[in-house]
Design a protein around this ligand. Structure first.
Ligand code: SAH
Length: 219
């Protein structure tokens, strides 16, 4: 793994300040951003951009989400230590590490075989015990649930019922759901599971993610 220098640490503090200025208030989220070295998740040619608040390509046609998006989704999840969190869309593994650094037990699913084969061993270099799976996130992980939190990091055409079923009562799902009137964007939703199984819905503005696809593949 690439080294983490004082310069990188300083750049992370600047990024934390940018995220504060954009409205991120959860101290656990900001602490995690200040600890996890984002530059090691990027192709080496992009390292100097690692601490700008921008998304970047990570190969296989996928992206590492913008730091603000990672921070916003993590904040909406309202994580406390020891929670079981299911993430859909492992991608680079950066979001998984942020959740793990916040004290969550992270289970993460990736559908692209190439990315999974690259990211799984990479995540094992961190001291977090993140459990990485190759599969279709629409189906979740029935044998490992129920989960306190579910985080979807790809643009979902619908709310996957299997993931609702694998959420505990009182649990929270954060999901970028496709906008019915504009196919280029999503609405960021926080859904809280009620005792009767219904989902309380809150909206947090527009966002843009790569599409959530079905089945395993390399496309
Ligand atoms: N959380 C990632 C962001 C990944 S981008 C990070 O921090 O880097 C979204 C990812 O979701 C892509 O890697 C894409 O391949 C994956 N994805 C898309 N549809 C999926 C599905 N049905 N199940 C699991 N992963 C999926």
């Amino acid at each position: 793994m690439q080294e983490d220098s004082y310069r990188h640490k300083g750049l992370r503090q600047q990024l934390v300040q940018v995220l504060k200025d954009k409205g991120i208030t959860d101290v656990n989220v900001l602490d995690a951003i200040s600890v996890v070295p984002r530059h090691v998740f990027l192709e080496s040619s992009f390292v100097e951009f690692a601490y700008q608040d921008k998304a970047f390509p990570i190969g296989s046609g996928q992206t590492i989400s913008q730091p603000f998006t990672v921070a916003m989704q993590s904040q909406l999840l309202n994580i406390t230590k020891g929670m079981k969190v299911l993430e859909i869309g492992t991608g680079s593994g950066y979001q998984s590490c942020i959740l793990a650094q916040m004290g969550a037990k992270v289970f993460t699913i990736e559908r692209q075989r190439n990315l999974y084969l690259k990211t799984k061993p990479f995540l094992e270099e961190f001291p977090y015990h993140i459990k990485t799976f190759l599969g279709d996130g629409n189906k979740g992980l029935p044998t490992y649930g129920p989960f306190d939190r579910v985080l979807i990091t790809a643009a979902a055409p619908v709310i996957p019922q299997a993931l609702v079923n694998q959420l505990k009562t009182g649990g929270i799902m954060v999901i970028p759901l496709n906008d019915e009137t504009d196919a280029t964007k999503q609405r960021m939703l926080r859904l809280t599971k009620q005792a009767d199984g219904s989902m309380l819905r809150e909206e947090f503005g527009d966002c843009r993610f790569v599409p959530m696809l079905k089945n395993i593949g390399n496309d």
